[in-house]
Design a protein around this ligand. Sequence first.
Ligand code: AMP
Length: 217
Amino acid sequence: MYVSSIAADYLKKDINNLKIVTCHLGNGASVAAVHNGKSVDTSMGFTPLEGLAMGTRCGDIDPAIIEYIIAKTGWTVYEVLDYLNKKSGVLGISGVGSDFRDLTKAMYEGNQRAELAIDVFSYRVKKYIGAYAAVMGGVDAIVFTAGIGEHTPEVRERVVKGLEFLGVEFDNKLNYNTERGKLTELSTSNSKVKVLLIPTNEELVIARETQALISNN
Ligand code: AMP
């Protein structure tokens, strides 16, 4: 909600009249649909295992895979869940690691598994943007935030590529030349859908929520 209110302020629009998809892409990663100021859906589920592929988490998979792995390996269900949480995601796909700085470096050095991991990660984000645009009946702004969202243009490029049909016009040159810690509009001035990079401030959000909780008691 923090980044969507910053987005509304930046766009000089009333948040109660906006359809925003926020892509919080960090070690933990999720996409959220913020419709008229309310978070109406988010990619994480009962645990963070649902939704996007992450550094070490697999994200959405067919639940039948759990039984399949157990039958193949003889592991307990706890061992399988541990594997899906700690050894899967981009780490599992790439074999390189979970840090996108290592993944992009490996990709530029020709490591195809690292490239596949970046592709899979980005594809999942794109899929959720499409789903949430459908849920909200359109989208006014797509926001990238957190470590990967702020610092990995290779992911942003892959996520946004192909979203022209929604009305996204993306400035990919600017995408590769952003300034650290600065709110940046990555879409062109003609773009119907705004694409924003908004530096996150999770400490501030936690402090505000805590203060609100204390003053309500
Ligand atoms: P977060 O959980 O928001 O701190 O995001 C951490 C993730 O952001 C790391 O796992 C990195 O993969 C990714 N990242 C990519 N580039 C950078 C960077 N220049 N600085 C910090 N994190 C980065």
